[in-house]
Design a protein around this ligand. Structure first.
Ligand SMILES: NC(=O)c1ccc[n+]([C@@H]2O[C@H](COP(=O)([O-])OP(=O)(O)OC[C@H]3O[C@@H](n4cnc5c(N)ncnc54)[C@H](OP(=O)(O)O)[C@@H]3O)[C@@H](O)[C@H]2O)c1
Length: 280
């Protein structure tokens, strides 16, 4: 059966894979983004219903993070709009180990919509498409929480889980946890990337205060600095958050992508060979 599927964040790290996957399967896909037509903007609830109109399923990626103030009301407004537009099912991307995000998960769970929650660990792609890429380009990664071991997950695995969840109604009401197969410290990450890239990426452990000072110096807005501090302390600060899940194998019948495989693919893509940014 062919579905009409709205992919909010369809130009982003997981959403772009979800769009590609649904297109390959022959579904009708609409990207929900600020430059789409109709435009979808989290900051403007009047854009929610036009984007949802005519759709029967939706993948929801909130930006920047379900933990930020304002996320709960945006998610509640979106759920209400989705009910009014008669959507059959939604899948919400959430963050593993984020207490604040769980409040948004509950809003979706209690909305009356059919849903699946996909809770993801930190993405591999943060080192190539996200917040940490400049550290790799600069060859110097100064970050706090040196002891934290993170089961990084690949955006392709998340996208495959999202596609399966949106199409398979036996997963309704379930929470799928998506992690990679191994937990890594920042030092181990730097070591793997250095080895496969053939260039040294040095890891320097720093305190949270030093980290925040470096973000201020780099000119990041206060709200972004607050979010990074929250993610580093709340998600990485509790070792019970950093557990490995078997859900990828159980749902997709295949192994999750390893960090090493991600690094090899990224080295081949050339994104780590761009010039070094001036801000670090
Ligand atoms: N990164 C991680 O490690 C991680 C881990 C777990 C969970 N998550 C969750 O993943 C989600 C996405 O995070 P990400 O940083 O990786 O971003 P992302 O999905 O790579 O990209 C950002 C997307 O958000 C869209 N966007 C930005 N501002 C928007 C707005 N005002 N209205 C509508 N769309 C907007 C952009 O679309 P346009 O530019 O086309 O509008 C783009 O598609 C967050 O909810 C986060 O909590 C991330």
């Amino acid at each position: 059966m062919q579905h009409n599927i709205l992919v909010i964040g369809g130009t982003g790290k997981t959403g772009s894979h979800v769009v590609k996957g649904f297109n390959q399967l022959g579904h009708n896909v609409r990207i929900g983004g600020r430059n789409s037509s109709p435009a979808f903007d989290w900051e403007d609830p009047s854009t929610y219903r036009p984007a949802l109109k005519g759709m029967d399923r939706a993948y929801i990626v909130y930006y920047p993070d379900l933990a930020v103030p304002g996320a709960k009301s945006a998610i509640a407004n979106l759920a209400e709009a989705a009910l009014k537009e008669g959507l059959e099912k939604v899948v919400l991307l959430s963050g593993k180990g984020e207490t604040e995000a769980e409040a948004c998960e509950q809003i979706i769970a209690n909305s009356g919509l059919n849903y699946t929650l996909v809770r993801a660990s930190w993405f591999n792609q943060n080192f190539s498409e996200g917040a940490f890429v400049d550290y790799i380009l600069a060859g110097h990664m100064a970050l706090p929480m040196e002891d934290a071991k993170i089961p990084y997950t690949d955006t392709k695995d998340i996208a495959d889980m999202v596609i399966k969840a949106l199409l398979d109604d036996t997963l309704n009401g379930k929470t799928l946890t998506v992690t990679g197969p191994k937990k890594l410290t920042f030092e181990e990450v730097a070591g793997i990337i250095s080895q496969k890239l053939g260039r040294t990426i040095q890891y320097q452990p720093i305190s949270m205060d030093e980290f925040k000072a470096s973000l201020v110096e780099a000119g990041l807005p206060e709200s972004h600095i607050w979010l990074l501090e929250y993610l580093f302390t709340e998600v990485l600060g509790h070792s019970e958050n950093q557990t490995i899940s078997n859900d990828v194998e159980e749902v997709l019948n295949r192994k999750p992508v390893s960090f090493e495989a991600y690094v090899e693919k990224t080295v081949a893509s050339g994104v780590w060979n761009q010039s070094v940014p001036q801000s670090i």
